[in-house]
Design a protein around this ligand. Sequence first.
Ligand code: NAP
Length: 476
Amino acid sequence: MTNVPVRPLRVAVIGAGPAGVYAADILTKSSEVRDAGLEVSIDLFDQYPAPYGLIRYGVAPDHPRIKGIVNALHKVLDRGDIRFIGNVAYGRDLTLGDFRRLYDAVVFATGAVKDARLEIPGADLEGSFGGADFVSWYDGHPDVPREWPLEAREVAVLGNGNVALDVARMLSKHAEDLLVTEIPDNVYQALRRSPVTDVHVFGRRGPAQIKFTPLELRELSHSRDVDIVLYPEDFEFDEASDEAIRTNNQVKTMVNTLANWIAEEKDTGASRRLHLHFLHNPVRIYDSPQAPGRVAGIRFERMELDGTGNVRGTGEFVDYPVQAVYRAIGYHGSELAELEYDEHRGVIPNDGGRVLDADGNPVPGVYTTGWIKRGPVGLIGHTKGDALETIGCLLEDRDSLPRAEDPDEHAIIALLEERGIEYTTWEGWNELDAHERALGEKFTAESAERGTPVQRERVKVVPRQEMVRISRQNAS
Ligand code: NAP
């Protein structure tokens, strides 16, 4: 006797970013599903009216190569065997009880969208910004304010990961050079007025401990009218650094790139500079008597390598007058209603993707994948491995999954309608997608007429209500 349902296995995936789409895709294509003669029926939810999560709202607009992953995700969702349901928030519109009633299994793929906290004095001063918040702003996230105060001439960006590079590049690039991207108009207008001249990126460890990736680092030198400035005194290597350079090609490539930039000593007299500093540990962001409560500078302790690739303080402190600080020191996953939460790591406690309860036991039928499962590290492609593991667990458990009371595919739609939730659909996304592309074409045509031709593939619609309106305009 087994519990294998004769009807399709009903699975809800919450989060339509890469992690959620990969999980849904792997589940539909799994040979275990095929071999067992199982059918699966998957609903993919997102709190935003549009799909693609981090790709739409986390990848920098001047990274069309990464944004191109959207084409692959589009193909998956366009097959028609995974149903997209957008503008529905877990914990607000639907409870865990709702999902349990309607599905045999739920997979949480909600990612990590908040900034990790920087616990130093002054981190909350006006002019101290979370890198993730800035990314949300320039990517036209529907729930962040449209205005961003770009008033600083000198800016500090903290962190040596790819988000710090994105933030520094977006702050230092000339707005005109971003017009070909999908940046929303409010972002273009604000960047155009930015008085910035110097963007300083600070890493707390050495050049061999950076968490950038080679392509993203090299890209810095492609910004027009922006000089890269490096400081030879920051180039310290310990045994662990030498070992990393010897054994890790990425590190070797990046250290070489930095060394070449130092050797070139390129000062082209550009109107903007992007400085890369290492061995600077932030200790205090401070204001000034002239502008109390507002960032006036940042203090660092100079660090030295301790032989293991870690650092210790030298006792020497250095101040940089800046008018804004961007903290790009990592993302942090958010707590989810009715599930345990590991506050320190910002993840849902889990064992290989099986969500655990307060006693460390698997919660039947509840799984997790992506950044909310393992923390905000790794490139988008790495999420596939996660999804494989999680879906593997789900399929292993399939005979013991709690059975949904109401597995009818229409039940969720009826519930959303009963609650008056303005959910969006795949057809709705296609409407919005076409609308954004049409805005791009219009811009392209008008710019040509003005004699300043700019080719724009898409102009993003930002306000949530407008996204919903366009997505639902032809809904029956
Ligand atoms: P990350 O790669 O983990 O980098 C975080 C950086 O912040 C590290 O340099 C870390 O230094 C530093 N840091 C942490 N706490 C700090 C503190 N208290 N004070 C000073 N510095 C501190 O995180 P991320 O940049 O947010 O990126 C997240 C993931 O997304 C990464 O895997 C990244 O590659 C990926 N991503 C990729 C792209 C792309 O274009 N390919 C773009 C964006 C993000 P330590 O090393 O010393 O801890």
